[in-house]
Design a protein around this ligand. Structure first.
Ligand code: BGP
Length: 474
């Protein structure tokens, strides 16, 4: 497509960046905060835990001033459920409410729109202890109570809400679900039941959002990796279609269409993963779809057909947390056309555009990119410079494809890069950095936690100031 044909970013486009509470805040037990499943996770010997993270809890004003300096129009952050309700469903902890009031007020002072994730992995451990957390239907009531409290308390200043972050990841990581010691198949059976409860919990909160007369937008943040067929062999194409349903679309079909996709249902049935559905569940889902979809996109995947055999019967899968091979359906393979990050995530900006087009065609809801970025081993040079050209390159190419998707008619509200500042990676500690702002600490050496702007900070500042025009400069 020729430059003259590309539509500009809309004037009200929300240029932003993201974080999540447990990955930046630290202060894990400060001012009355209760324990989350993240706080009680078994410690990994070679990476840090989340107890201090970027110590944002004690750097709030400084961090928001940096956001303002960068020119952010929107900041996506999550609220720590156990700062608000330490026991998940008991008394309110006023100190937690005060902290988020300070954050939201500081953002508003600089005209930065808050985009709030209600729950991003850090589920209250007390609810797991009380009744098994998301595995029980009781979880729907408690999530609804917590979320309603947030809507009523912060809704005068917050327009944009994300209900649950990446629930497909929650169900696949035993620690995030609070499950210990069970087989992979049992984990998935329980996980799909939890998934059903999370969809119902989301629908109830969306219902309440409307009942309260809130005028902003609300929806889930889903992880989505575009899935290419390895070849033009129709078997590979079929594998990519099936993998797209089983890994991605099943969830948005539930949220947005209020139904279990047929291919997905058969998949669950054949493997004995079917969830228990009660009367009224599907109506609740159908009647309360989201009004926007948050999209977390980092990489694409490429799959081949994986026929069953006596060695690999139905039900066989590689025991990786995120599915990489399922007998009878698909197997993830390397894509020689693409380069990858140091952690093997294949970099595919066109995959982002394909994803946005697919989601908009299928669900016809406004989209917001809630995560997109590159994890890397950034190096702090002696003169306090961090030359992260690879990050600029990654973001630039993705933003170009995003603009092409807008040109092609996709309704995109905004773009939040992951992440505003360095944070503790979900699975790789401090060495895998994502931020525009460097946090001066390592896994086991806290140093001075100094904030240092990376090259990408200055680059993104120019992108925002030019409303996107700068992404076309070499
Ligand atoms: C998403 C999560 C984020 C973040 C990101 C990067 O799945 O929503 O919380 O962690 O992935 O992943 P990682 O930190 O494992 O590289």
């Amino acid at each position: 497509m020729d430059w003259k044909d590309i539509e500009s970013y809309p004037n009200d486009f929300l240029w932003g960046a993201s974080t999540s509470s447990f990955q930046i805040e630290g202060a894990a037990t400060t001012d009355g905060k209760g324990l989350s499943v993240i706080d009680v996770m078994e410690k990994q010997p070679d990476i840090t835990d989340f107890s201090i993270a970027a110590d944002h809890y004690h750097h709030l004003e400084e961090d928001v001033a940096l956001m303002a300096d960068m020119g952010l129009k929107v900041y996506r952050f999550s609220i720590s459920w156990t700062r608000i309700f330490p026991q998940g469903n008991g008394e309110v902890n006023q100190a937690g409410v005060d902290f988020y009031n300070r954050l939201i007020d500081a953002l508003k002072k600089y005209q930065i729109e808050p985009l709030v994730t209600i729950y991003h992995f850090d589920y209250p451990q007390a609810l797991v202890d009380q009744y098994g957390g998301w595995l029980s239907r009781q979880s729907i009531t408690d999530y609804h109570r917590y979320a309603t409290f947030l809507l009523k308390t912060f809704g005068d200043r917050v327009k944009y809400w994300l209900t649950i972050n990446e629930q497909d990841h929650v169900i696949r990581f035993p620690s995030r679900l609070g499950i210990k010691e069970c087989t992979y198949a049992e984990q998935l059976r329980l996980g799909y039941q939890a998934n059903h409860h999370m969809c119902l919990a989301t629908a109830r909160v969306i219902q309440t959002f409307h009942e309260l007369g809130m005028t902003g937008k609300i929806g889930p943040a889903v992880s989505y990796s575009w899935i290419h067929p390895y070849s033009a062999n129709p078997m590979d194409v079929l594998a990519s279609k099936d993998a797209t349903i089983i890994k991605n679309n099943y969830l948005l079909d539930l949220h947005c269409k209020g139904k279990y996709n047929k291919v997905f249902w058969r998949y669950l049935e054949e493997r004995h993963y079917l969830p228990k559905i009660e009367a009224g569940d599907m109506e609740l889902l159908r009647e309360n779809p989201p009004t926007m979809i948050g999209v977390n996109y980092y990489y694409s995947e490429t799959v081949k057909a994986f026929p069953t055999s006596s060695e690999y019967p139905i039900g066989y899968h590689k025991e990786t947390p995120l599915p990489t091979a399922e007998a009878g359906i698909f197997e993830v393979v390397n894509n020689e056309q693409l380069s990858a990050t140091d952690w093997g995530w294949e970099i595919d900006p066109i995959g982002l555009r394909l994803t946005l087009r697919e989601l908009y065609d299928r669900y016809e809801l406004p989209l917001i990119i809630t995560e997109n970025g590159i994890g890397a081993y950034d190096k702090l040079e002696a003169d306090d410079k961090i030359q992260d050209d690879y990050r600029i390159d990654y973001l630039q190419k993705h933003l170009q494809q995003l603009q092409l998707a807008i040109t092609e008619g996709v309704d995109i509200l905004g773009y939040c890069a992951w992440s505003f500042m360095d944070l503790v990676s979900g699975r790789n500690g401090m060495e895998k950095r994502y931020g525009f702002v460097y946090i001066n600490r390592d896994d086991f050496d806290l140093k001075d936690l100094r904030r240092v702007k990376k090259q990408s900070f200055y680059w993104y500042q120019k992108v925002i100031r030019s409303n996107g025009k700068y992404i076309w400069r070499d």
